[in-house]
Ligand binder design. Structure first.
Ligand code: GTP
Ligand code: SPV
Ligand code: MN
Length: 619
């Protein structure tokens, strides 16, 4: 209950008079925190100390930390996430559009007195490479009442009180993104029931984000997906200037020719972006090729002066899935979370005695000596109910948070304000059949069509959806902020302004053997072989085999040195099953028909593909 005689806490003096101060005062009056603290990245050591003392974090070896979120608060909620504006034309199929006025009233009521007894942290941040011409879309101030959220923001975004001074001096001090995150009583929010009282709203046309009811990941670190994806894609469309996508971004250098390419890739949540962006070449190709890291989750892309598509990663850290991360699958990630990096592990298993952390796939089997080990819920392993014996020790969506500066494969030009030119855009999801290992599609419209029809098995990154097959346009389904038809139009408009557009391709690391369900492709570091083929295709040094759904590699064209793989598996991986694809195209007709005002160019590609498939077996 809100005390009657609420006395507004002091706003620190380093917040200049003006819109930021007004914004803080407005929300402090509603959420009623006990005190207000302004955060700078340099406060990290003191805040870590405070979190350790309060028991919000535990030590996980030298310079590493462990946190546990509430067991009902472990992933993004898609149902409770809405995009609100004052224009009903912004409503799409996937953005859960609601009228802004209604949502604001609802949230003001929900947030009433909810930070009582807590501290309101003011986190000024930038979601961009400093100096980028898009930086003006990237300044934000997040108000949060959770200390762990602050520590994660310091790792994931560029956090600095300097942005407050810059805003005060700016000719348009109102242009920052206003973010409010209030955790609420996470044990009592009715998560997943009809009485679910959480609400995560991006009020896009007011550049305001208000999230109630979670301290986890994208629900709570507002700079990440709420700002740098939902709001930025809205701003990108509104201004016509850029695209903001859930894409990873990497560089490949051929040390023999000295040539470097850049690849952006849209894979749905928990489908391999972090792993691909951090990949090291397989040993047999390691002398020749180098892979460099730019970003693992978000790319902002725009038209460069030279007519090429340019991209940058607006984030400053990695919020990576822990499961199956180990020295073999992802040595660069293991390196990025080494002792001394300040890494925060969330919802993995933790050893109270040794401070060690563990997750499924970290080692082939669980630690033999269970002394001190607790699962992600905090239950001692030795005291778990026998019926839970096979339950995972770590939550499937458990993660590590580490700053980009800890990534040893970080590209030397990763913080160039000019961004880097994109040669190849790949889409890929978890698909157990149908999708070959790789196929190139020709032209901008075919690229957009391929992105819009990206289909995948859902993962644990969103609540309650694991394994369901669903379409995830451009890997943006949970992050779309305006109508899909307009989104497709905006993509085509950007691409059509390019004189040298990127090549588009679809990849699938997740095809399974029908007989036993094993992955047919070894994945991880071996994926570079596929990227190299795609780059060679772009450069015209391989031709592949045309199929009705695009050009696939021939076995001979793939560089398979040092890889043991059965010919039968390779044939299956590269096979296009036309009957299965025709079935898929019928589903796509329904999927695309849901989108209002879908550009005709996209429909043309769809019809052309259907006709090409039908030609394969005239009957
Ligand atoms: P978000 O952060 O949720 O957007 O996920 P992401 O797309 O970055 O996914 P990430 O790279 O973290 O991978 C998610 C899961 O897929 C992890 O458990 C990985 O081990 C697994 N994975 C990634 N790449 C491969 C691959 O090439 N093959 C197989 N079999 N699994 C992979
Ligand atoms: C995703 O779910 O796609 C993520 C993690 O990258 S979160 O920040 O929670 O969205
Ligand atoms: Mn993501």
């Amino acid at each position: 209950m809100t005390p009657q005689n609420f006395c507004a806490p002091q706003i620190p003096d380093n917040v200049p008079t003006g819109p930021v101060r007004d914004f803080i005062a407005h929300w402090a009056e509603i959420t009623r925190p006990d005190r207000i603290v302004v955060v700078d990245a340099s406060d990290d050591p003191g805040l870590l100390e405070k979190a350790l003392t309060a028991g919000e974090l535990r030590p996980a070896g030298e310079g590493r930390y462990y946190s546990r979120s509430h067991p009902r608060d472990t992933a993004r909620s898609e149902e409770r996430t809405v995009v609100a504006t004052s224009d009903p034309a912004d409503a799409g199929v996937y953005n859960n559009w609601r009228p802004a006025e209604e949502v604001k009233v609802e949230l003001s009521a929900l947030l009433q007195g909810e930070s009582a007894g807590k501290t309101m942290y003011v986190v000024p941040y930038l979601m961009a490479v400093p100096g980028s011409f898009l930086a003006r879309h990237a300044v934000g101030v997040e108000l949060t009442d959770d200390l762990t959220v602050v520590l994660q923001m310091i790792r994931m975004a560029r956090v600095s009180t300097n942005f407050l001074d810059e805003l005060a001096e700016s000719s348009d001090p109102g242009y920052f993104v206003r973010g409010v995150q209030v955790s609420g009583d996470t044990g009592n929010l009715g998560q997943g029931t009809d009485a679910d009282s959480r609400l995560f709203a991006t009020i896009a046309d007011e550049r305001t984000i208000i999230h109630y009811g979670s301290a986890y990941g994208g629900n709570a670190l507002l700079g990440k997906i709420a700002h740098a994806l939902r709001l930025a894609s809205y701003d990108g469309h509104r201004t016509g200037d850029f695209l903001a996508e859930q894409f990873m971004l990497l560089g490949v250098t051929d040390t023999v020719t000295g040539k470097t390419w850049h690849i952006a890739g849209g894979f749905p949540s928990a489908s391999g972006k972090t792993n691909l962006a951090m990949t090291l070449p397989p040993d047999a190709l390691g002398d020749r090729y180098r892979v460099t890291f730019y970003g693992d989750d978000i790319a902002w892309m725009w038209v460069g002066d030279d007519g090429r598509l340019y991209a940058m990663n607006p984030e400053h850290g990695v919020f990576g899935v822990a499961r199956d991360t180990n020295e073999r699958t992802n040595p660069a990630a293991m390196e990025a979370i080494r002792p001394g990096t300040g890494t925060i592990f969330t919802n993995v298993a933790y050893n109270d005695v040794t401070g060690e952390v563990w997750w499924e796939g970290r080692t082939p089997s669980t630690p033999a000596d269970t002394t001190g080990w607790r699962d992600w819920t905090g239950t001692p392993i030795d005291e778990r109910d026998p019926s839970d014996r096979d339950a995972p020790w770590a939550h499937p969506n458990s993660r590590f948070t580490t700053a980009l500066t800890n990534v040893t494969t970080l590209a030397p030009d990763s913080s160039a304000p000019s961004g880097v030119p994109v040669d190849l855009i790949i889409f890929g999801g978890r698909t157990r059949d149908r999708e070959p290992l790789a196929r190139v599609v020709e032209g901008n419209a075919a690229g957009v069509y391929d992105g819009l029809t990206l289909g995948a098995e859902a993962t644990f990154a969103a609540e309650g959806l694991d394994g369901q097959l669903r379409y995830d346009p451009m890997s943006m389904r949970p992050f779309l902020s305006y109508a899909e038809g307009d989104y497709a139009r905006h993509w085509l408009d950007i691409l059509d302004r390019l004189t040298t557009p990127p090549t588009f391709a679809h990849v699938n690391w997740f095809q399974r053997a029908p007989e036993d369900g094993r992955y047919l492709w070894p994945g991880f570091r071996e994926n570079l072989r596929v990227l190299l083929w795609l780059l060679a295709y772009r450069d015209g040094t391989v031709t592949g085999t045309p199929t009705p759904v695009g050009t696939v590699p021939t076995i001979e064209e793939l560089d398979l040195r040092g890889l043991t793989i059965q010919d039968a598996d390779l044939s299956q991986l590269l096979h296009v099953d036309t009957l299965r694809w025709e079935q898929e195209l019928r589903a796509r007709t329904e999927h695309l028909a849901e989108f209002r005002d879908l550009p005709d160019e996209v429909w043309q590609v769809h019809r052309r593909t259907a006709a090409a498939l039908a030609e394969e077996h005239p009957s």
